[in-house]
Design a protein around this ligand. Sequence first.
Ligand code: PLP
Length: 383
Amino acid sequence: MIAKRVRDVPFSGIRKFFDLVMRSEGIISLGVGEPDFPTPEPLKDAAIRAIEDNYTSYTSNYGLLELRERIAKKLRTRNDINRSPENEILITNGVSEGLDLAVRAIVDPGDDVIIPEPSYVSYTSNVWFAYGNPVTVPTTEENSFRVRSEDIVERLTKKTKAILIGSPNNPTGNILRKKDLEEIAGIAVEHDLVVISDEIYEDLIYDNEKHYSIASLNGMGDRTITLNGYSKPYAFTGWRLGYVAAAVEFIEAMVKIHQYTQICASSISQHAVLNAFELDDYVRDMVKSYDLRRKLLVKGLNSLPDVSCIMPKGAFYAFPNIKETGLSSAEFAERLLKEAKVAVIPGDAFGRSGEGYVRCAYSVSRENISGALDRMQKFMEKL
Ligand code: PLP
């Protein structure tokens, strides 16, 4: 009784792996891609106040106007993106919903969407569920997992509708440089394509690298759908709050779907974000802590036999190369789990070009990172 499109999609490789983790005990998990910090106190207090003050009804389909105004200001000052809070910003139930809306708003059956990979697990399946055709473009460790424009151009067809990028990237931790984005923008303008840009890890960036929004580049303002949200910077993945910024035509199309499927984003989460102040210090402290964990993990991974890892520049993932072990990603991750009780995600869960790698999240304590590295050292010696 299940539709073919849905039957054709396998469960996320992450989920499959987690079923295994759940059945085992004493595991150190580098698998979960979410902050281990508690949500900052001002947000918790503001959410409790929102409930006590009875801000518990539906909001406008677009979300609270005051919050959209705040977002518009942030986009203007930080991202050099100019969008009207009235009708060019939509508040969503996380970036996940924004991604689904963006894809469904623009993809007709059979349209191609170009996706550099390894990529976040939802990108290809969202395109597939929208009756589109995900066209993946492999990236390589040698190029720091940055997509090359010639590899995109090679895959363009008459059916190509959009390019979907995520930077900083899950799972590789790479970031696209301004030059990379300019090249992608050039292709989009020349071939009249939409760009969907997932910027959820914008705040989690290290080594004085800078995040650029492709929407701010020449010719891109009206053809880019920018996705962003609060799950990662505010450490509240369960609160489900994100937003989309794009030209009015895109947002109107997305609101059509959103009003019939979601009505609005959580009123409590919206009020909390609007009324919580001085969050920057919390975010800065979390980023500092991720940075220390990043260095600890990558140094440790590089000291293991048969493992090498390039330094990730953003998000909270390292993507070590395990090809020298002679094991596939899945074999490596399964044996590491069973024999050393350390959970990592097989790289092929993020696309074929992730084969030969595993994803290790460093959104866990330094004690757990050190513990996982000790266990990995013993595992590798036995291997
Ligand atoms: N985009 C990327 C790249 C992610 O890694 C995630 C979550 O891990 C999401 C989107 C989903 O975020 P949200 O919690 O806002 O739906």
